[in-house]
Ligand binder design. Structure first.
Ligand code: SF4
Length: 289
């Protein structure tokens, strides 16, 4: 990966930001790797030496790493284990997961994961958090034989504001979020599904075939909406998700409906880092041009 420093940030800071201690251990897949879309994972592997990232774009990753470093250097209470990586095999494939904190009590173990994130992430349930923490739960239960009694995210909200309001707006800049727990059977089925998706994509690559496409969810596809508008008015009267409802309102308001197509935000913002080599995204971009 090529790292640029477009904004001339100080060298010492850049060096600190580029220090990367991440490892998936000796496993073939890590929990976070399994959660990645297979196409993204393989394209990143293929174009690693050509991917270009500016150091300023690594700010949020850096803040997360810095937080973990501070916690790592802190004396943990006796009933807590910090940053333990657990390994196991599923269907002959080794997988591992590094768990931020395991807190033991008389009732069992509570798993904590620290995240530097946005307010938006705690207002709406994030399916990736549910999937990630349930895989950790499954690892603790199967590898260590411990009973897991709770899954929690400790979220550091980088864009929290004292003046923020609205439904579910968090009360403080650091909050905890309870994550719903799955049964072991549910998690095993999920892990198998992810493993199969990654293996299928690797086979396609090895046979020189087209990689399986990213799904709408993996592409962070926003919803298509229908704006009810009227000539002479700049803003929409209302923006609806149902076309029939929008048409009905347009008739009543003597206006018209403007369709705002959903956008694959991960592709369009190149958050996957490989959009320039992705035939799926480039094909669509050419079609709409
Ligand atoms: S550009 Fe979109 S479809 Fe292509 S790999 Fe990235 S996320 Fe997936």
């Amino acid at each position: 990966m090529k790292i640029t420093n477009k904004y001339n940030l100080p060298e010492a800071l850049v060096n600190a930001m580029l220090k990367d201690d991440y490892t998936k251990g000796a496993s073939e897949y890590s929990v976070t790797g399994l959660l990645q879309p297979p196409k993204v994972a393989l394209l990143r592997e293929q174009y690693d030496d050509q991917i270009e990232i500016d150091v300023s774009d690594k700010m949020f990753t850096f803040l997360g790493t810095a937080l973990h470093k501070v916690l790592e250097a802190t004396v943990m209470p006796d009933n807590c284990t910090f940053e333990e990586r657990l390994h196991t095999k599923v269907d002959g494939t080794s997988i591992s997961g590094a768990i931020d904190v395991q807190e033991r009590s008389a009732f069992g173990t509570t798993i904590w994961d620290y995240k530097v994130t946005s307010v938006w992430s705690v207002i709406n349930e994030k399916s990736e958090w549910v999937e990630q923490l349930n895989m950790y739960k499954w690892l603790v239960e199967t590898v260590k034989g411990e009973r897991v009694v709770g899954l929690k995210i400790c979220a550091f909200l980088r864009d929290w504001s004292k003046n923020g309001n609205g439904t579910n707006y968090p009360e403080a800049s650091i909050v905890t979020v309870d994550i719903p727990m799955w049964t072991a059977t549910e998690t095993e089925a999920f892990i198998m599904e992810r493993l199969n998706a990654h293996k299928k994509a690797k086979m396609a690559r090895d046979f020189g075939e087209e990689l399986p496409p990213c799904s709408n969810a993996e592409r962070w596809m926003s919803e298509t909406t229908f704006a009810v508008k009227r000539e002479g008015r700049k803003t929409a009267i209302r923006v609806l998700t149902d076309i029939d409802e929008a048409k009905e309102m347009a008739i009543k308001e003597n206006g018209y409906v403007e369709t705002r197509l959903g956008e694959p935000r991960r592709c369009a913002g190149n958050y996957c880092q490989v959009s320039q080599w992705c035939s799926q995204y480039k094909g669509e971009a050419n079609e709409s041009a």
